[in-house]
Structure formats: structure tokens, C-alpha cells
Design a protein around this ligand. Structure first.
Ligand SMILES: Nc1ncnc2c1ncn2[C@@H]1O[C@H](COP(=O)(O)OP(=O)(O)O)[C@@H](O)[C@H]1O
Ligand SMILES: N[C@@H](CC(=O)OP(=O)(O)O)C(=O)O
Length: 548
């Protein structure tokens, strides 16, 4: 009697006959995350509709004594951000860097060159109003053309590999000018030209220097997403599809895969989507999990994740180790260095992420893993999220009102607005709204008025704009010490904290302050926690920031 094996989404059910030997060449991680095998052989006996495993062998498993190294497998992901591939010279250096790891067989993920994404967006915005006849004169279009054609020339590769894209880009801008509008869907298609061209140039260059490489557009190899243009989520079906394609091609004809970061394909619309700004990090971790690779490397222009944003405070220093939870919290609360969702696939696949500096490869960088030694850890990093809206909501019915919190959150759910930080008492709630979710929806003021209107039906509402969240990422087992020190520093600087939340997170304490005093707070906190004695630096706040 035969039996049917149902695996997971992405795999066809398998009909089993008696004593059949099964040989999977598809990767396992999506449905067996603890094993990074690429190839599993099972000898199964099928009797009376019941299936027994007689024999099992893994071609490659991660860690432990059962490891059977496979010389031919892909080993890691190497993702290079826009700053790492900003010019022909940088691309040459990145190629050299990849080749300096002869034991690695990487999947390479690239972002658009330098500031190409910003230029494309700006070209689109100008096209809405400039009129069709002026599109070809747009300075941003000239910049994009010049950057990519010059790079092709300097790398010594045929410019014909990108000429179709440059032609289509101009056509698209003409279309936007004609329609006098740019939808979110159009925006995603527009920015996709950046990654499509950088990867083509880089793959061509590797091939030119005798390193076999193959270019892939993520939307063609199984990156299936929601249809939330400009901020799409990756769907589960992506993992088996991407693994099948990359692994299959690698086995049949090995060539370094060069994949576009940031891009996907909407599952309903079949149109190009993007994963939110900085989304190439997420592309990298998704590939890492899909293929069950040994490591995911994200190469940036800083020596790893730093103790705070170096643009706010130049004495920021690299953090050697982080857990996935710390890194996720850090990214979610605004550290530009990592995409907010990028830790999820790495954590699910338990694949270490290394943040490295492509301008300074010798620097050790930051290693992000499931756990780390926290015995000495107090504060790890300080993160700032600006321009946050805060709401104070007080129940009109006062004490003992059953279901007040539920009603408040139902309003946010109905309006599709996500909440960041929350502090509650029985009759009141203070919360902050995620600015990125609001910004991407453009109707910001009308939406806020609507939220206020709905909440006023059940509560007294005070809407406070221009606030910042300062997140103290660290060992919350030492929360008393962190809070004591932080409040001492802030009091020394005359800053009044408007809300504090330790929340369910075990790694983050959030403080809400005015936007105008936030940078001062970060610098003072950094000085106190990472540099000198308590309150060692009290910045001259009052004269510089009228808000204090
Ligand atoms: N805590 C932080 N650690 C490191 N970099 C940070 C941090 N906060 C902000 N940054 C900024 O993030 C930048 C790196 O992120 P990003 O520009 O997205 O890199 P890439 O484009 O190379 O992927 C750094 O140049 C730095 O200015
Ligand atoms: N090019 C996209 C995607 C990306 O991830 O870029 P970067 O790796 O340079 O942050 C952006 O600018 O958002």
C-alpha cells in the first residue's frame, strides 16, 4: 500500500511505494531548522500506509561530530551595501575581498551603487511635476547614467549589459511624467533599477577576471513577498524556492551567485516589490536561512555595530558580540546599520551574522549569535529614533473599566497603525507610534487626526509630536543599575524623561524625550556608560538646545 508524504509549503507531496528509497536534493532548513543539510537520503519502508525510517544520511550537517564536510557546497552569504560598491574602484576592492577568502564559496548580495536609490527616488519625484519634455534633462537621470556607464567602462565590461535597463528607466520616468503621479508600486519598480544594474556590472567584472559568476534578480528566483509596496514582507514560500534555484544551479554549473538585494515579487500582483530601505540585509539573512549556510556576513562602511550612531557621536566604538535579540531590538529602534526585520531569518535558522567593514576588513567586526556571555555586560548600545508621535490616553470612565486597553488597541488594529513603546496604568496608556509605518503611508496628518478622533470617543487624548525614543540596549538583568545611571546623567543635563518602558523585552529600556534634546542625551549617556565616570560629561545643553 502506498502512502503520501506531505512536507511543507513549496514541496510537492510525495507518493511512496513499498520499500522506496527517497533522495532529497532540496534543502531542509525550512522545515527542519536545526539541521543545515543540503541533501538528505532517507530509506523508508511503507507498510499498510505506515512509514518507518530505516536509514538516514545527511550530506552536510552543521556543527557537532556528525559533520560531513562537503567540498562543493555554498558556504556563506556576503552582502555588500551601497557604500561598499559605490564605484568601479570599490567593486574591484570588493572582488579582491571575496577572493581573499579562498575557503569560502559565497552567495554575494549587492545593494545599489552608493546613493543610487536616493537618486532614483528623487528622479521619480521630479518627473511627477517636470513634464515629459524635461525628463531627459533631469540631473538625477544624468547622474545614474553617468555612474553606471563610467563604472562599466572603468571595470572594462560591456556597457550593453545595462543599456536595456538605462533605456527602460528613462521610459519609466517618461511614464511618470505623463501620468503626473508615482504610485508605491511604480516607486518600487523605479528603485529596482539600482540593484539590477549593480549586480550585472559586478558579475560581469568577476567573469572578466576569470571568476565564474552568475547574476540573479531576486524577483525571478523565488523571493515572494506581500504586496505591501515599499515595505513588503517575505513569505515562507521564499525559502524552499530560493534554495532550490540557487542550490540547483550551483550543483549543475558552479558559479558565484550575485543576487540583487532589497527586491522581491508580490505574490498577488507579480510586480517588483522592495523590502523597505536597507532591505538588502534581509535578502542576505533570508538566503542564509534558505540554504542553511554557515555564516551571513554583512559588509558595511563601519567597523561593525557601534555603541551609538557615529553621526551623532564620533566616539562610538564597535561592539564585539551581540545576540539576535539585542541586534533585532537595536535595528527595530532605529539603528540604521541593520534592517529591522533582518535578524528574524538568521535567528530562525540559527545562523551567525557577522557585521564587517569593507573599508577595513582586518577589523574584527561584530558577531551576532543566539546567545553570548552576559556576565560582564551592562549597556551594549544606545539607539535613537527621532520624530516619534506620542499619545497620552486617559479613560473617561476612570477606575475599574473592564476592556479599556482592548478597546484602545482595537482602534490601532483597525487603522493598521503599529505601536512601538507602551506604558500603562489602570486608567491611562502612554504609547508611541512607529514613524516609519506612518511615513510610508503619506496621509500622516489626516491619519493622526483620525486616530485622535476615534480614541476621543472613549478617552481624553493628548497627542505629542516631535518626540524621540532613546533605547538602552543591554543586560536588563542589571536594569536598576542602568536606570539609576541613566537618570542621573539626564538629570545632570536638565532633561526630563516623559515616559519609560522596560516592557517585555529583556534587552531594552526605552526613554522618551523631546526631539530637541535627544542627541545631547545620547552623547551624555555614551560618555557616562562607555567612556568616563558617571556623568563625566555634561554637555552644554541649555545654550545649544532651546528646548531644555
Ligand atoms: N549603532 C550603529 N552602528 C553602526 N553604524 C550605525 C549605527 N547607527 C547608525 N549607523 C550608520 O549606519 C551606517 C551603515 O548602515 P548602511 O548605510 O545601511 O550600510 P550599507 O549601506 O553599507 O549596508 C553607518 O555608516 C553609520 O553611519
Ligand atoms: N539600495 C537600497 C537597499 C539597501 O539595502 O541599501 P544599503 O545596503 O546600501 O543600505 C537602499 O538604499 O535602501
Amino acid at each position: 500500500m502506498a502512502a503520501t508524504l506531505h512536507l511543507c509549503s513549496g514541496y510537492q507531496p510525495i507518493e511512496l511505494r513499498r520499500q522506496q528509497c527517497l533522495h532529497f536534493t532540496a534543502p531542509l532548513p525550512p522545515w527542519q531548522p536545526s539541521v543545515s543539510s543540503h541533501c538528505l537520503s532517507l530509506r523508508l519502508r511503507c507498510e499498510g500506509g505506515k512509514v518507518d525510517v530505516l536509514e538516514r544520511s545527511d550530506a552536510q550537517s552543521r556543527g557537532g561530530s556528525d559533520q560531513i564536510p562537503n567540498e562543493n557546497e555554498l558556504t556563506c552569504v556576503m552582502k555588500f551595501g551601497g557604500s561598499s560598491v559605490a564605484s568601479a574602484e570599490r567593486m574591484r576592492e570588493v572582488a579582491g575581498l571575496i577572493l581573499s577568502f579562498p575557503d569560502e564559496r559565497p552567495v554575494v548580495v549587492l545593494s545599489a551603487m552608493g546613493k543610487a536609490t536616493n537618486k532614483l527616488l528623487s528622479a521619480g519625484e521630479k518627473s511627477v511635476t517636470c513634464g515629459v519634455s524635461n525628463v531627459s534633462d533631469l540631473e538625477e537621470l544624468a547622474f545614474i547614467k553617468d555612474l553606471h556607464l563610467r563604472t562599466a567602462d572603468e571595470l572594462g565590461v560591456e556597457s550593453t549589459i545595462i543599456s536595456k535597463h538605462l533605456f527602460e528607466l528613462e521610459q519609466l520616468l517618461n511614464g511618470i511624467a505623463m501620468m503626473k503621479e508615482m504610485t508605491l508600486r511604480t516607486k518600487d519598480y523605479l528603485v529596482s533599477f539600482g540593484e539590477c544594474m549593480s549586480t550585472r556590472l559586478f558579475a560581469a567584472y568577476l567573469n572578466k577576471i576569470g571568476v565564474k559568476a552568475r547574476q540573479y534578480d531576486a524577483f525571478d528566483i523565488g523571493f515572494i513577498t506581500t504586496d505591501d509596496f515599499t515595505n513588503a514582507d517575505i513569505l515562507e514560500a521564499t525559502y524552499p524556492a530560493v534554495a532550490k534555484r540557487l542550490h540547483g544551479d550551483w550543483i549543475s554549473d558552479p558559479a558565484i551567485p550575485i543576487v540583487t538585494g532589497f527586491l522581491g515579487k508580490g505574490w498577488r500582483s507579480c510586480a517588483v516589490t522592495t523590502l523597505g530601505r536597507g532591505g538588502s540585509d534581509l535578502t542576505a539573512t533570508t538566503i542564509g536561512k534558505a540554504l542553511g549556510l554557515r555564516e551571513i556576513q554583512v559588509w558595511k562602511d563601519v567597523d561593525g555595530v557601534l555603541t551609538c550612531d557615529p553621526n551623532i557621536y564620533s566616539r562610538a566604538a564597535p561592539v564585539s558580540y551581540l545576540t539576535f535579540d539585542e541586534a533585532a531590538e537595536l535595528a527595530y529602534f532605529g539603528a540604521q546599520v541593520l534592517h529591522p526585520q533582518s535578524m528574524r531569518p538568521a535567528r530562525e535558522g540559527d545562523i551567525p551574522v557577522r557585521v564587517k567593514n569593507s573599508y577595513n576588513p582586518k577589523a574584527p567586526g561584530t558577531l551576532i549569535t543566539r546567545s553570548r556571555d552576559m556576565s560582564e555586560a551592562v549597556l551594549t548600545s544606545i539607539v535613537l529614533k527621532r520624530n516619534v508621535t506620542m499619545l497620552d490616553i486617559v479613560s473617561t470612565r476612570m477606575l475599574g473599566q473592564v476592556g479599556f486597553l482592548a478597546k484602545v488597541f482595537a482602534i490601532f488594529e483597525d487603522l493598521g497603525i503599529s505601536v512601538d513603546v507602551v506604558a500603562t496604568s489602570e486608567v491611562s496608556i502612554s504609547l508611541t507610534l512607529d514613524p516609519s509605518k506612518l511615513w510610508s503611508r503619506e496621509l500622516i496628518q489626516q491619519e493622526l487626526d483620525h486616530v485622535e478622533g476615534e480614541l476621543k470617543k472613549i478617552a481624553v487624548v493628548n497627542l505629542l509630536q516631535h518626540r524621540s525614543i532613546i533605547s538602552l540596549i543591554g543586560n536588563v538583568q542589571r536594569s536598576s543599575l542602568i536606570i539609576e545611571k541613566a537618570f542621573h546623567v539626564l538629570r545632570c543635563n536638565g532633561v526630563n524623561v516623559q515616559m519609560i518602558s522596560q516592557g517585555a523585552s529583556k534587552v531594552n529600556i526605552s526613554l522618551i524625550v523631546n526631539d530637541g534634546e535627544a542627541e545631547l542625551c545620547v552623547r551624555s549617556l555614551h560618555a557616562a556608560f562607555f567612556e568616563s565616570d558617571l556623568c563625566g560629561v555634561v554637555f552644554e545643553s541649555k545654550s545649544q538646545n532651546g528646548s531644555v
